[in-house]
Design a protein around this ligand. Structure first.
Ligand code: HEC
Ligand code: HEC
Ligand code: HEC
Ligand code: HEC
Ligand code: HEC
Ligand code: HEC
Ligand code: HEC
Length: 446
C-alpha cells in the first residue's frame, strides 16, 4: 500500500529529475483528473484482472503497482530494474492481465534480430536501451534506435477503446492513448498525443528521425512518410484511400482470405506488421477483425510481418508455385489470378499475365538467386520483381519507376533493354520493355 505521503515523495523525487516541468504537469494531471479527457473506458475487456492504467484518485494506491519510492529499482521511480518491460511483465505474462506480451517475447518461433542482414523480427523492448521517457522527444534528427514499452504506450492512459477507420487513416486505439509520435506534415513534426495510429510509427520510421542504412536495395530502410504520401502516384492506402478504383482491383480485394477492404478503404500498418499468432492457417475470414489489437511486438516472419512474404530470395529453376510464399498479400488480395497460366483476361486483375509469371515460367533464365543482382532469375517470378517496395513506388530502385501507377516498380534484377535508362512499363499501351530472367521484352504486349 502506498500512502499519500509516499506519493508526494515520489513526485518530489521525480521533480528533481531533468524533466521537472513535464513530470510535475503529468503528475498533476494524473492525480487531478480521474480520467484522461476524451478516452472512453469500456468496462468489459478486463476479465478478472484489475486494470491499473488510469481511473486514478488523489489517494491512488494504484501507483504502487509500478512505482516504489524508497526501494525503487528502476529509473523514474519504477519498482523493477530496467528494462521497463520488467515492470509490465509482472502482469502481462498471463498472471495479471488477459494480454500476455511476455510470451510474445519468449516465443521460440521468433528468430533473433540480425542487423547485419537487415532482418528484424521484433521491436527490441526487452533489452537495455537509451530510453528515458515516452513523453519526451528522443528521436528528432538523431540515430537513436530503440523501442521500450513506454515509447509506444502511456501506462497512465492505456485502455480498451478500438481503433477507428477514417478517410485520413485509422485513429489510434486505446492501447496507444496519450502517446507521442510524429505527424504526416512535410517535414514531419512532433505530436503529443497522436491522433492517427501511424503517427506513432512515424516517430521512428520516417524522416523525423535517422534510420539504419544498407547498400542493398532490398535491405534498405526508407521514410514511411514519403512512401505513403497520398500525393504519390501509387501507394498502399494508409493515409488516404488509394488512387486505383478499378473494378479489377475491387474484385481482387473482395477475394482476400482474411479481410475484405475496398478501394475506398484505408488500412493500418499493423494489418501487415502485426501479431502473426492471431492469423489461422488457413486464415478464417474476419478472424481477427481488421480493427483488432494487432500488436507489432514480435513475429516469426522477417520484417515483423503478420504473415509470410518472400521478397528477397528468387526462385530456383524448378521450384513450383507455393501459396505460402505470398501469404501476406492473399490476406487482402484474391489468389486465383496467380495460378491461372492461360494469360487470358480475367475480371479480378488488370494484368492477365500474373499467373504466367508467378506459376508458369519455371526454368526460364540462367541467372542467380539474389533480387539485388542485375540479370538474376531462373524460375517462377516473385511479386517483388515487379512490385519491389510494397509500401508504394516513392523509392523505386529505378528512379524512372517512381511515378508509376499500380504499385509497379521493378527490382534491381530486372534490366533495361540496351540503350534505355530503366525497365519500362506502359500501362496505356499494355507493354513492357525490359530484360528479365535473361528474356528480352522489346517490347512485349499483354
Ligand atoms: C502500470 C504501471 C504504472 C502505474 C499504475 C503508474 N505508473 Fe507512472 N510510470 C510508469 C512507467 C512505465 C513510467 C515511465 C513511462 C515512459 O517510459 O514513458 C511512468 C512514469 C511516471 C512519471 C514520470 C513522467 C511520465 O509521464 O513519464 C510520473 C510522474 C508518474 N509515472 C507518476 C505516477 C503516478 C502519480 C501514478 C498513480 C496515480 C502512476 N504513475 C501510476 C508506470 C506506471
Ligand atoms: C498490475 C498489473 C499490470 C501491470 C504492472 C501492467 N499492466 Fe497493462 N494492463 C493490465 C490489465 C489488467 C489490463 C486490462 C486488459 C488486459 O487484461 O489485458 C491492462 C491493459 C493494458 C493495455 C491496453 C490493453 C488493451 O488493448 O485493452 C496496454 C497497452 C498495457 N496494459 C500496457 C502496459 C505496459 C506498457 C505496462 C508496463 C509499463 C503495463 N501495462 C503494466 C495490468 C497491468
Ligand atoms: C500492405 C502491407 C503493408 C503495409 C500496410 C505496411 N507495410 Fe511496411 N512493409 C511491408 C512489406 C511487405 C515490407 C518488406 C519490404 C517491402 O516489400 O517493402 C515492409 C517493410 C517495412 C519496413 C522495413 C523496410 C523499410 O523500408 O524501412 C518498415 C520499417 C515498415 N515496413 C514499416 C511500416 C509502417 C510504419 C507502416 C505504416 C505507416 C507500414 N510499414 C505499412 C508491408 C506493409
Ligand atoms: C513499437 C511500438 C510498441 C512497443 C515497443 C510495444 N508495443 Fe505494445 N502494442 C503496440 C501496438 C501498435 C499495439 C496494438 C494496438 C492496436 O492494435 O490497437 C500494441 C498492443 C499492446 C497491448 C494490447 C494487447 C495485445 O495483446 O495486443 C499490450 C498489453 C501491450 N501492447 C503491451 C506492451 C508491453 C508490455 C510492451 C513492452 C514489452 C510493449 N507493448 C511494447 C506497439 C508497441
Ligand atoms: C520508439 C521507436 C519506434 C516506434 C514508435 C516504432 N518502431 Fe518499428 N522499429 C523500431 C526499431 C528500433 C526497430 C529495429 C530495427 C531498426 O532499428 O530499424 C524497428 C523495427 C520495425 C520493423 C522491422 C523493420 C525491418 O527492417 O524489418 C517494422 C516492420 C516496424 N518496426 C514497424 C513499426 C510499426 C508498424 C510501428 C507503429 C505501430 C512502429 N514500428 C513503431 C523502433 C520503433
Ligand atoms: C511480371 C510482373 C508482375 C509480377 C511478378 C506480379 N505483378 Fe502484380 N501487377 C503487375 C502489373 C503490370 C500490374 C498493373 C496492371 C494495371 O494496373 O494495369 C499489377 C497489378 C497488381 C495488383 C492490382 C490489382 C490487379 O491485379 O490489377 C495487385 C493486387 C497485384 N498486382 C498483386 C501482385 C502479387 C500479390 C504478386 C505476387 C503473387 C504480383 N502482383 C506479381 C505486374 C506483376
Ligand atoms: C491489409 C490489406 C492488404 C494487404 C495485406 C496487401 N494489400 Fe495490396 N492493396 C490493399 C488495398 C486496400 C489496395 C487498394 C488501393 C487502391 O485502391 O488504390 C491495394 C492495392 C494494391 C495494388 C495496386 C496499387 C495501385 O495503385 O494500383 C498492388 C499492386 C498491391 N496492392 C500489391 C500488394 C502486394 C504485392 C501485397 C503483398 C506483399 C499486398 N498488396 C498486400 C490492401 C492490402
Amino acid at each position: 500500500m502506498t500512502s499519500a505521503g509516499e506519493v508526494a515523495w515520489l513526485l518530489r523525487a521525480m521533480a528533481l529529475a531533468r524533466r521537472a516541468a513535464l513530470v510535475a504537469a503529468l503528475a498533476l494531471a494524473v492525480l487531478a483528473g480521474a480520467r484522461w479527457p476524451g478516452v472512453g473506458r469500456p468496462a468489459a475487456a478486463a476479465g478478472p484482472f484489475l486494470d491499473p492504467h488510469g481511473g486514478y484518485t488523489a489517494t491512488a494506491d494504484a501507483c504502487a503497482t509500478c512505482h516504489r519510492t524508497h526501494t525503487g529499482a528502476g529509473g523514474g521511480g519504477l519498482n523493477r530494474a530496467a528494462p521497463q518491460s520488467n515492470v509490465c511483465f509482472v502482469c502481462h505474462n498471463g498472471t495479471g492481465a488477459n494480454s500476455n506480451v511476455a510470451s510474445e517475447y519468449s516465443d521460440t518461433n521468433v528468430p533473433p534480430n540480425d542487423p547485419a542482414t537487415s532482418s528484424f523480427y521484433a521491436h527490441p523492448a526487452t533489452t537495455l536501451s537509451t530510453h528515458t521517457n515516452g513523453q519526451v522527444d528522443e528521436f528528432a534528427g538523431v540515430l537513436n534506435r530503440h523501442a521500450a514499452c513506454g515509447d509506444c504506450h502511456n501506462p497512465h492512459a492505456a485502455n480498451a477503446a478500438a481503433p477507428v477507420q477514417t478517410a485520413n487513416g485509422w485513429l489510434a486505439s486505446g492501447a496507444l492513448a496519450k502517446i507521442s509520435g510524429a505527424n504526416a506534415a512535410s517535414p514531419p513534426a512532433w505530436v503529443n498525443p497522436i491522433t492517427y495510429e501511424d503517427e506513432l510509427c512515424r516517430k521512428c520510421h520516417s524522416s523525423y528521425t535517422l534510420q539504419l542504412s544498407y547498400t542493398k536495395a532490398s535491405q534498405q530502410k526508407y521514410d514511411v512518410g514519403a512512401e505513403f504520401d497520398p500525393a504519390n502516384t501509387s501507394y498502399h492506402p494508409v493515409e488516404a484511400p488509394g488512387r486505383n478504383a478499378s473494378s479489377a482491383l475491387q474484385q481482387s480485394l473482395a477475394g482476400g482470405k482474411l479481410w475484405n477492404f475496398t478501394t475506398s478503404s484505408t488500412i493500418r500498418c499493423v494489418n501487415c506488421h502485426g501479431n502473426y499468432r492471431l492469423v489461422g492457417s488457413p486464415a478464417v475470414p474476419g478472424t481477427p477483425p481488421g480493427d483488432a489489437r494487432l500488436a507489432p511486438h514480435t513475429s516469426r516472419y522477417r520484417g515483423l510481418l503478420i504473415a509470410n512474404y518472400r521478397d528477397r530470395d528468387l526462385k530456383p529453376a524448378n521450384e513450383l508455385y507455393n501459396s505460402g510464399d505470398f501469404a501476406l498479400c492473399f490476406l487482402c488480395h484474391r489468389e486465383a489470378p496467380f495460378t491461372d497460366v492461360s494469360g487470358d483476361p480475367r475480371p479480378d486483375t488488370n494484368y492477365p499475365f500474373h499467373g504466367v509469371h508467378i506459376s508458369g515460367i519455371r526454368g526460364m533464365g540462367a541467372g542467380g538467386l539474389e533480387i539485388d543482382t542485375a540479370g538474376a532469375g531462373q524460375g517462377n517470378a516473385i511479386c517483388a520483381e515487379c512490385h519491389f517496395r510494397t509500401h508504394g513506388t516513392a523509392f523505386a530502385p529505378w528512379s524512372a519507376n517512381r511515378t508509376y501507377p499500380g504499385d509497379v516498380n521493378f527490382a534491381p534484377d530486372v534490366q533495361p533493354v540496351s540503350g534505355a535508362a530503366a525497365p519500362v512499363w506502359d500501362r496505356a499501351a499494355r507493354t513492357c520493355t525490359l530484360v528479365c530472367h535473361g528474356k528480352s521484352h522489346n517490347p512485349m504486349r499483354y
